[in-house]
Design a protein around this ligand. Sequence first.
Ligand SMILES: Cc1cc2nc3c(=O)[nH]c(=O)nc-3n(C[C@H](O)[C@H](O)[C@H](O)COP(=O)(O)O)c2cc1C
Length: 350
Amino acid sequence: MSAAERAGLALLQRLDPERAHGLALRALRAGLLPRRPPVTGPRLRTHLFGLDLPNPIGIAAGFDKNAVALHGLYDRSGMGFVEVGGITPRPQPGNARPRLFRLTEDQAVINRFGFNNDGMEAIAGRLAAHPGGRTGLNLGSNKDTTDRAADYVSVLTRCGPHADFATVNVSSPNTERLRDLQGPAALRALLARVIEANAGLQRPLPLLVKIAPDLPDDALDEIAGIAEESGLAGIIATNTTTDRTGLRSRHAAEPGGLSGQPLFERSTRVLARLSTRTHLPLIGVGGIATPEQAYAKILAGASAVQLYSALAFQGLGLIGALAEGLDRLLARDGHASVASAVGTGRDAWL
Ligand SMILES: Cc1cc2nc3c(=O)[nH]c(=O)nc-3n(C[C@H](O)[C@H](O)[C@H](O)COP(=O)(O)O)c2cc1C
């Protein structure tokens, strides 16, 4: 990281976290950050549900909710892929501020945004202006909707033609009863409608489901089965947690979803468990801040990984460092590719 970047990051960390994030996105849009093409090479190149990724390190949903910084993220973050959103059909303001908290002592974040976003029309326009090739949609539903499935279908239909994969997000803790959609009957019914809409697109997208880390093993097993029999392209594990065990920060009791370091272990266990139940590709997310942690997710069963919270503490330069470090770890252990390492260390997490 350059001295200027280090100073910028230190400044951002003294600001209100939501304001700091807004400024970081503006800096990206304005081209103020250094150019960082993705770190790549034969070991890092990853073929995932039809997409060719230069590396398997992705930016998780919520970072660029409104797809305002796609150009910057493609040119200046080094990421292998990005998921924009959560997107809802109509724009909505989300919950009252403050709604984003930095738990520095715990290297964690709590958010209760509640799907604040500009809505699918505005976001579809931005996606259309950036052809991408490695952009996912995080599908959400409006707070006051009467038919959640209809909302996911609307966003997929409107934004899908401009994206490369889509995630059915049934795991955000900040929209009342959204997580109920993870129950078997509700999930089957929801996926059936989304899959039908996807089949109607001129270019159907790989569809994923993103799950919570707070589910018991039998629920995970059921979801893995449903995902597989529905013909989904993969599962993202995991979203933020409502668990608050072991935190030290003064913000620990804030309601919302917790992400970052305290989520690493639980989300990796969920990933490992899923990988014993399905052959679908898994994307591992939750608490990644070092190359060793990205590698641990791959060994536990992830074909690719995503992160968000650690970027708030370490800046976007972290993505390139993760890719380089991961490449070294793969080489050290004699893996010719990410794919050859996937799941080989799973038992340590079961
Ligand atoms: C501020 C914030 C907003 C988020 N918004 C979304 C969202 O809209 N949709 C979603 O599926 N996940 C959302 N997430 C969850 C992340 O995508 C990710 O699953 C989670 O933060 C765990 O990864 P991390 O520990 O690397 O942050 C959000 C996370 C944060 C911190």
